[in-house]
Structure formats: C-alpha cells, structure tokens
Design a binder for this molecule. Sequence first.
Ligand SMILES: [Zn+2]
Ligand SMILES: [Zn+2]
Length: 238
Amino acid sequence: MRYELYRWKWSVLDWLFPPTCGGCDIPGERWCPDCQKKTARIQAPICESCGQSTYGDVLCARCIDAPSKMTSIRSWAVFEDPVREALHRVKYRRDVALAEALTRPIIEYARGLEWPLDMVAPIPLSSERQKERGYNQAALLAKPIALGLGLKYCHNALTRGRDTRSQVGLSLDQRRQNVDGAFHASPTLVAGKAVLVVDDVATSGSTLDACAEALWQAGADNVYGMTLARAVLSPNES
Ligand SMILES: [Zn+2]
Ligand SMILES: [Zn+2]
C-alpha cells in the first residue's frame, strides 16, 4: 500500500508538471516505452556470483579465481544509452521521479530472483561528495526498491569509514585497494538480517564487495547486491 501511495504521489506530480523521458527527452513520460525497449539487458547466461555475462558456466572466469564477497549480484541493464543518459539525469539533476520510474522494472526483476531479503540499504557516498551534491543517487533508487519489495529501507545501515577517490580510470586491482575497508556497517541494524545493497552502476563490483565485507563483519545473515546498470568489462579486464 505504501508503494502504491508513493507511485501515486509521483503520478499526480506528472499530471501537474508533465515530464520528459529521461532517456530521449520526448515529452509525456518519465521513462518512455521506446527507451525501455532499447535498454540492453545483461546477456544470459549470467555468473551466479558477480552478475556479469559468462560463457555458459555457473561462475565467470574471474569468480572461479576469486568469487564476489556478496552472496549474489545482479544488474538490471547494461550501462549504455538510453540508461546511461537517464542515470546522468538522476545523478546530477536529482530527478527523484525518474529514479522511481526506472526502479519499476528493477523491482519486477528482483521479485523474480526470489532472494530471501529483510532490508534494503544504499551504498553511501563519501561525506565530501554528499556535501557537494546534497543527496545520494543510490538512495534515490534504493528507497522505491525497498517500498516495491515491501522491505525495510535503511539509509544508514552502511557508512563510509574513510573517503575514497573516484573509481573511474582505475584498474581492477586499484579499484579493490581503493575501496578496501572503506565501509562500515551497523551491527544493531544488520545483524541476523539479509541485506540488499543498492547502487546505480557497478563496474568491477569492488565497491559492492567492500560493502559486503563490512556487512558480514557486522553479523549480516546474507548480502545481496542490485545495481541499475552494469558496465560490461572488456575481455582483458575480466
Ligand atoms: Zn525515451
Ligand atoms: Zn562472476
């Protein structure tokens, strides 16, 4: 019921202030059917552990070597247009209504996975970034996902213990080192719980892994990751 109310609130606002599509800018809807159709999904078969496409195996080559620290990670779409364009709008224009529209197919997808979950937590921004932007784009996605799945939303289950540099342009090893030990999870909030961690984009999965580590340490029962988009790694990165 709370989710229906939440969606209804945004529908009323659409009626008052007609939106344009976050992917292609045509007027009428926040996320149009054409952009939905153009959205590239992660190609099956998908690695059970990290959620990247694999070649018919249960685990991808990288996870056979070192599996993700999450129980499982999944992403709704490949990080390319029109999803990339839409995420840019969520991230830099604080488009909460667009975030709500984009989470509808993610909620459908997550329901189908039948993960046994108790709560949803966004990956926190560094305090510096949060101050400069004023909001966390992962939280704009995590909240409607929690409502849609009927789960508790916990914005402060994870916190950043230290600031990290941007992951852009770093190699896989550098990404891992950059975020290693960067997160802290609250035992009071997560002990004995199955937690779904939400982020906007994952590339190597190192940030999700670092969050998983913090959650396991805090006594979480199970740790899953869901991102709106996934940057597909080139073969020499995987
Ligand atoms: Zn569109
Ligand atoms: Zn994998």
